[in-house]
Ligand binder design. Structure first.
Ligand code: DSN
Length: 429
């Protein structure tokens, strides 16, 4: 009989233990280019795996509904203080379980049922929670949308302004999950003020860049700023809301009891650790390298003749048009072929796509995760060539064998997590 409190997971649950070890190997042995993923530090992982998972702590530091919250208060207050310092915000709510719940809380706080929102079209780079008909945002509110210009494939701010004037939204939503260019939060804020709307900026993808001044901040221009904590910000999977003091109470009420019950204190502890890391000088060096790597990857891919949506990138991600109007392969086919050589990407629609979202004409690539591993411009140059080789000859076994070997060799040069078995062997040896 295994001891409930002391058995390690390999004894207690071999199925799950093996899956965890397999996932460690998958992450370590492959090249992770999903733009919204990253690798957290061992310190963040450790905080996320602590006994705080046992604790209920409804309410906020100093004002809880349950006893025994004194240490939960320490971690939540640290997370709040650090988030405010990183972004220069007056108020932070660190409890949202995810970006979607952060957005849900803002919409609940800022709108009445049936009010109008103006958000970026999902197929132009927006997000489900910005007004998609199948999402709570599209179900509960009237939605108008804006997108990119057909030629430049960059946000058409004049059209956005016209749409704001016509639709008179109560909330303008900006920020994106597949947009490779700088977002002009200053201009969007001015457009919103012109029509009496408030603004929610969802900076989930670019939060690390904003934190380090490498992308203009929405904080001075937008009433509400939401983000996930696990993308460029490199924390645990979760959400965060930043706002002004005047909206602090309504936002806190909206998160709890509005859309959530008890907070995930273990994840808040991990957020606090990650925010502490983001305040260090080397975090800015890391974010600058993300940008340099994205440019190097863009140059490499363009050099092979592949077309990048909008012609390039200003941030951590690129959208590659692999379908090329029928001359190439679909995003779905490219994702699968790249998966087979252990390069992980996601298919993605491109603006004015002729393919359905589950097929898509593009793939989305991002550099945050590989930059965390220590990769730099020479690796990006090589990865661009490997991706192009697969996209050009997705059925060639020779090309796949060669690229698989190149991926394994590159991954081995940038070691990171070890499985429990490897850790134990190392400690014993
Ligand atoms: N799923 C996230 C992404 O990949 O960008 C957005 O929620």
């Amino acid at each position: 009989m295994v001891n409930f409190f002391t058995a390690d997971i390999s004894e207690a649950d071999p199925l799950i233990s093996n899956a965890i070890n397999d996932e460690v190997r998958r992450q370590v042995d492959g090249l992770e280019l999903i733009a919204s993923e990253n690798f957290v530090s061992e310190a963040v992982l450790e905080a996320a795996g602590t006994v705080f998972t046992n604790k209920y702590a409804e309410g906020y530091p100093g004002k809880r509904y349950y006893g025994g919250c004194e240490f939960a208060d320490v971690v939540e207050q640290a997370a709040i203080d650090r988030a405010k310092e990183i972004f220069g915000a007056e108020h932070a709510n660190v409890q949202p379980h995810s970006g979607a719940q952060a957005n849900m809380a803002v919409l609940l706080a800022a709108l009445d049922h049936g009010d109008t929102i103006l958000g970026m079209n999902l197929s132009h780079g927006g997000h489900l929670t910005h007004g998609h008909p199948l999402n709570f945002s599209g179900i509960n509110y009237k939605v108008a949308d804006y997108g990119v210009d057909r030629e430049s494939e960059q946000i058409d701010y004049d059209a956005l302004e016209r749409s704001a004037e016509e639709n008179r939204p109560k909330l303008l939503i900006c920020g994106a999950s597949a947009y490779p260019r700088t977002i002009d939060f200053d201009r969007i804020g001015a457009i919103a003020r012109g029509v009496g709307a408030k603004v929610m900026a969802d900076i989930a993808h670019i939060a690390g860049l904003v934190a380090t001044g490498l992308h203009p901040s929405p904080v001075p221009h937008c009433e509400f700023v939401t983000t996930t904590t696990h993308k460029t910000l490199r924390g645990p999977r979760g959400g965060l809301i930043l706002t002004r003091e005047e909206f602090a109470k309504v936002i806190d009420r909206s998160v709890f009891p509005g859309v959530q019950g008890g907070p995930l204190v273990h994840i808040i502890a991990a957020k606090a650790v990650a925010f502490g890391e983001a305040l260090r000088d080397d975090f800015k060096t890391y974010q600058q390298q993300i940008l340099d790597n994205a440019k190097a990857l863009a140059d490499s891919l363009s050099g092979t003749g592949l077309r990048l949506v909008s012609g390039g990138t200003d941030n951590h991600l690129l959208l590659v048009d692999v379908y090329e109007g029928g001359k190439g392969i679909t995003g779905k086919e490219a994702e699968k072929a790249l998966d087979e050589v252990h390069i992980t990407v996601n298919k993605n629609t491109i603006p004015f796509d002729t393919q359905k979202p589950f097929v898509a004409s593009g793939i989305r690539l991002g550099t945050p995760a590989l930059t965390t591993r220590g990769m730099k411009e020479p690796e990006m140059q090589k990865i661009g060539e490997m991706i192009a080789a697969i996209v050009r000859e997705p059925k060639s076994d020779d090309v796949k064998t060669r690229v698989r070997e190149e991926v394994a060799e590159m991954a081995a040069r940038f070691p990171m997590y070890r499985s429990r078995g490897e850790r134990d062997a190392n400690a014993a040896g």
